[in-house]
Design a protein around this ligand. Sequence first.
Ligand code: PEP
Length: 252
Amino acid sequence: MRTPLIAGNWKMNGLSEDAVALAASVSDRIGGLDAIEIVVCPPFVHLPAVAERLRGGAYLGAQNCADAPQGARTGEVAADMLADIGVRYVILGHSERRAFYGEDSAMIAARYTQAMESGLRPILCVGETLEEREDGRTEDVVAGQINDVADRLESSVGLGDGVIAYEPVWAIGTGRTATAAQAQAMHAFIRGVLGERDPGLAGGMRLLYGGSMKPGNAADLLAQPDVDGGLIGGASLNAEDFAAICAAAARG
Ligand code: PEP
């Protein structure tokens, strides 16, 4: 019912030659994995070259989009510009954006709205810090992050056909992964939060796990009933590892 989705977040890595080589290598390794959706999210400047090299083998994703339509927003990239060059997905509210660039729920909701209006599918990132987990506030924080954005969206559209990525901040880029049981518990909780907003949404919305997912732990995490895929950082920079995670998702 929910098509598994594996998205690679390349973050701010690679010159153009590296991006094209990685796209080529990913492309060569993912043939036949038609049962799942695969997305690669290179830095903005590499999107056209990566699109050219992927030739439809995987969807193209961006790592952010502007919170306003085209106009006076120096340094930003409008959602319709991304859609225009073939971008299908956009990561929003990544913890690095929240921590380093002060993105808050109002701004993330504005970006989400722009993405939806341009036909992009948002991948909304949520997740607690280690301190919040140790204080027993994980569920409150994550429910708050979802509701604070969803409450600001047009009620007629809501979260729409977006995707939520649960990414515990303490597991991102640290090599420390949530256990499969911790991931499942939070994904089930998130589905409950969505169900309170709209029962129809809860069953259909895809929930990704993100945080040091690697070939060695992917199968376990992806086997959980409420884990519909992964948002992959470090391991997406290695085509072999990324393809192995995609293959694990395709096996179910
Ligand atoms: C991420 O940044 O979205 C992420 C999951 O990174 P990593 O896989 O490196 O933890």
